[in-house]
Structures are given as structure tokens and as C-alpha cells.
Design a protein around this ligand. Structure first.
Ligand code: ADP
Length: 191
């Protein structure tokens, strides 16, 4: 299996680049944001609780997202591998991911972090908000999401640094150019 964590702040292009990685390597996409939005759309009890939190820009509890991830890993344990998008977002989630994969004798091959300046992130997210109406893509929530990322999520990079699995990639420029940089990193892990 090839397991990749695609990491970066909100608006850094994880979703866009995940699609291209999947197309090239045939991995299973696991986006905790998408999974949570599915729960919101289905108006489940979990979805109702999650929406209130997501609209403020804070993180949904580790317990909820780890449960969702474990289910997905179990469902696709015989596949070619996973691309984790928007997860892990806390060091506890990173530890739990390691445990969950170890249960299947698997591990994260590389954690790729997309680096984009704050002003650019805000610009991209405001544009997406206008185009899609996504309820958390409004200025106040965007600013809090970036603050939450800096406070709670950045420490995840140190976790993967320690294991020599963290590769930083410049996340500005054209979509294809950024993808080329990602492919270069993946090629090293695969060889
Ligand atoms: P973005 O990366 O643009 O913020 P996502 O779709 O990944 O968008 O996440 C949207 C929201 O869903 C987050 O602000 C957070 O409230 C919640 N969420 C997504 N993934 C996680 C996670 N791994 N842990 C906790 N909350 C999460």
C-alpha cells in the first residue's frame, strides 16, 4: 500500500491536489471534511453537532473523526492505499492514525504539506465561498480556521518531522506545477 497524508492550511489546495493524486496513483480518498459534510447533508445527529462546530471554524472532536477514519480504513483495507486529506489535524489524531494503520500492518509513507501565505489562503477561500456557498467560507470563520490550524494543527508537522516523513511543498503557482512537485516527492517514497 501507498499511504499519503496531504497536509496544509485551509485553502492550500488539498482537495484539488488529492483529485490529481488519485487519478495518477488510484488511491482511496479520505477527506474528513467531506465525510463530515455528508453527515451534515444527511441531517444525522452527528451531522447536526458537527455543523455547529464547523461553522465557527473550530475542530470537531478527535473521537468523532477517528471513528470515521477507522471505518474507512477497514472498508478499504485491501485497496492500493489511502490519501488522507484534512486529517490528521491534531497530534492525537496522528497517533491514532498510526495505531489504526498498524492494525493492518500498514503505515504512512509520507506527509506532504502544502505551504501557502495567509493572504493567499484568505483570498482563495473567499472566492470559493462566493462560488459554492460553503457556509464556513466567510471571513470570520476563515480567520478562525487559520488560527486553529496554526495553534492545533501545525504541531502535527513536528510529529512527522521526528519520523523523517514530512516533506514541505510550495503550494502557490499553477495547479499542474504544484502537482509536479508532489509527484517528485511521491516518486522518492515509491522507489
Ligand atoms: P478546510 O481544510 O478548508 O478547513 P475541511 O473540509 O478539511 O476544510 O474542514 C472543514 C471543517 O471540518 C473544519 O474547519 C473542522 O471544523 C472540520 N474538520 C475536518 N476535518 C477535521 C479533523 N480531522 N478533525 C477535526 N475537525 C475536522
Amino acid at each position: 500500500m501507498l499511504n499519503i497524508v496531504l497536509f496544509g492550511p485551509p485553502g492550500s489546495g488539498k482537495g484539488t491536489q488529492s483529485e490529481k493524486v488519485i487519478e495518477k496513483y488510484g488511491l482511496m480518498h479520505i477527506s474528513t471534511g467531506d465525510l463530515l459534510r455528508e453527515e451534515v447533508a444527511a441531517q444525522t445527529e452527528l451531522g447536526k453537532q458537527a455543523k455547529a462546530i464547523m461553522d465557527t471554524g473550530e475542530l470537531v472532536s478527535d473521537k468523532i473523526v477517528i471513528g470515521m477514519i477507522r471505518n474507512k480504513i477497514e472498508e478499504h483495507q485491501d485497496g492500493p492505499g489511502f490519501i488522507f486529506d484534512g486529517f490528521p489535524r491534531t497530534v492525537d489524531q496522528a497517533r491514532e492514525l498510526r495505531k489504526a494503520l498498524t492494525d493492518y500492518d500498514e503505515r504512512v509513507g509520507v506527509m506532504i504539506s502544502l505551504e501557502v501565505a495567509r493572504e493567499e489562503l484568505v483570498k482563495r477561500l473567499l472566492k470559493r465561498g462566493k462560488e459554492t456557498g460553503r457556509s464556513d467560507d466567510k471571513l470570520e470563520t476563515i480567520n478562525n480556521r487559520i488560527d486553529v490550524y496554526n495553534r492545533q494543527t501545525i504541531p502535527v508537522t513536528y510529529y512527522y518531522d521526528k519520523m523523517h516523513k514530512h516533506a514541505a511543498v510550495e503550494g502557490s503557482g499553477s495547479v499542474n506545477k504544484i502537482f509536479d512537485r508532489i509527484v517528485e516527492v511521491i516518486a522518492k517514497v515509491k522507489s
